[in-house]
Design a binder for this molecule. Sequence first.
Ligand code: ADP
Ligand code: MG
Length: 323
Amino acid sequence: MARRRVEGRGGLLADIQTPILTEPLDSLFHITGEIGRGKFAVVKKCVEKATGKEFAAKFVRKRRRGRDCRADVLHELAVLEVARCNPRIVDLHAAYENEHDIVLLLEYAAGGEIFDHCVSDELLSEGQIVRLIRQILEGVNLLHQTNVVHLDLKPQNILLTSLNPLGDIKIVDFGLARRLGSVGELREIVGTPEYVAPEILNYEPITTATDLWSVGVITYMLITGESPFAGEDKQQTFLNVSQVNVDYGKEAFSRMSELAVHFIRELLVKAPEDRPSAADCLRHPWLWQQCLSPELPPLPPVSQRVPRERSGGAKWSSAPGDL
Ligand code: ADP
Ligand code: MG
């Protein structure tokens, strides 16, 4: 029977259904090398002894700076549960607990971070970028339908199922995610300055539009190989973000269709209410150009592709299928 989710303080989820197992992880899994590391977590690849199946084990510390943060880790687990039927979000297989950590046993995304494609000498083609951005938006759209915001979308938290051929995206890292719509507004200073929206830096209310800003940043990075707001120091970065100081004159843009810049410009807008939603973005004509993805169904006639009113509804009505 489905249980009602309980919202804890400040958009944190407190109710979990996954049993938290206490037997030692290494009794069932061969734990191999480290594949990632953050402030409070280490991610290791592991192989299930019984099946040979690969997983990523995220060991998240329960005590941080002398404080018991078990509830925060359980919140990350609860968000992964909420997102369980979202194919663009990493699948949670099981959860373990030892003296120091809660271990989230996750589907292994073998293709690494899309960050690698933002700093590589060989950037992805426009068609490949469009496919990845469409998938990110699909994931974000479904997440937002459950009133959950990720708040830490960046190229390091978007993984790929395989590298060659380039696989599908999987969104990871829900440590900063929050549920909206509980009592009162949500304001928090979270994330990495380079990737976060002006409203976060200004301690203004957070909405789903906050994630859409980050999608704009990710798109810019995949196209140009550069971070649009990164400054010499943190202060410069803050200033660049709050002034929306973006250089659209990069040479890389001349190799893309003009719609790519149009798409990013729509997202990197200071006022959150003026940004399109994820569902709106999925209708943007850049994502539906036949020449970039020949396998797509054809667009409806131009007469049906006029932008809609900004207030309250979708801005582009061109995409095939319902969103
Ligand atoms: P943190 O909260 O410390 O940033 P993440 O969940 O982002 O932790 O994981 C850190 C890194 O570990 C990721 O950026 C990625 O490189 C790697 N990683 C995380 N989850 C997986 C996974 N399911 N498959 C493969 N690599 C992963
Ligand atoms: Mg991360």
